[in-house]
Design a protein around this ligand. Structure first.
Ligand code: AP5
Ligand code: MG
Length: 213
């Protein structure tokens, strides 16, 4: 299956993506994760991405389109399929993706659109913690790690500071709707209520994907 997962920052894309790739064995392609890996490795791409990400702004389209194009061209994609998380994020990225998939002879099967009231997202992002060793995402209140955990084993994302979050929401609200409209016109969008327990959100997505298989 070839899928997109969309939703505002904190909607639960990464949380659901981890479950989807486990259940359906598709390649998880998260542009945010790719940029964070580049930052951690202190590459040129990482330095560039950081200058946009820390302020909650989007990395320029030509850079982002380039890294996605390269990843989609790798051998495993045609065999396994993919779940793109956090891309496309501008209408021009959506057009670039369409062209790129057409060139590769790949068709999109569906777009999972996680819907949630933006007013709830600040709380989701300010409480998010990520396990340093495994990269697994948790939430201090909504999804805490099991048992007594050591806070030193977890980190918070640089762009989860309130100033960056406000900007991320502004940018993503403005850019997101035309992309959803674009894919809705193609009959690909499945709206999912993101304001339910993590397991309930996944159960809804699982039903949709089982029908697509
Ligand atoms: P990216 O990493 O994609 O961040 P984002 O879109 O802002 O989304 P998040 O990862 O913050 O949220 P999520 O939806 O994955 O939520 P999560 O599951 O973690 O992008 C970061 C930056 O990189 C961008 O700002 C930009 O600068 C750059 N970038 C990336 N892609 C780009 C592109 N295509 N073009 C240009 N620039 C790009 O959940 C959040 C929290 O809520 C967690 O703590 C989780 O445990 C909790 N939670 C999840 N689900 C639930 C639930 N149902 N109930 C209660 N809590 C929940
Ligand atoms: Mg994410």
């Amino acid at each position: 299956m070839n899928l997109l997962i969309m939703g505002l920052p904190g909607a639960g894309k990464g949380t659901q993506a981890a479950k989807i790739v486990e259940q359906f064995d598709v390649a998880h392609i998260s542009t945010g994760d790719m940029f964070r890996a580049a930052i951690a490795n202190q590459t040129e791409l990482g330095l560039l991405a950081k200058s946009y990400m820390d302020g909650g702004n989007l990395v320029p389209d030509e850079v982002t389109n380039g890294i996605v194009k390269e990843r989609l061209g790798q051998d495993d994609i045609k065999e396994r399929g993919f779940l793109l998380d956090g891309y496309p994020r501008t209408i021009d990225q959506a057009y670039a993706l369409d062209q790129n998939l057409a060139d590769l002879g790949i068709a999109l099967d569906g777009v999972i659109n996680i819907e949630i009231d933006p007013a709830k997202l600040q709380e989701r992002l300010s409480g998010r913690i990520i396990h340093k060793e495994t990269g697994e995402t948790f939430h201090k209140v909504f999804n805490p790690p099991a048992g007594d955990y050591n806070e030193d084993d977890y980190y918070q994302r640089e762009d989860d500071k309130p100033e960056s979050v406000a900007r991320r929401l502004e940018v993503n609200i403005a850019q997101g709707q035309p992309i959803i409209d674009h894919y809705r016109a193609k009959g690909l969008v499945h709206d999912i209520d993101g304001d339910q327990d993590i397991e309930l959100v996944f159960a809804t997505i699982e039903k949709v994907l089982n029908n697509l298989k």
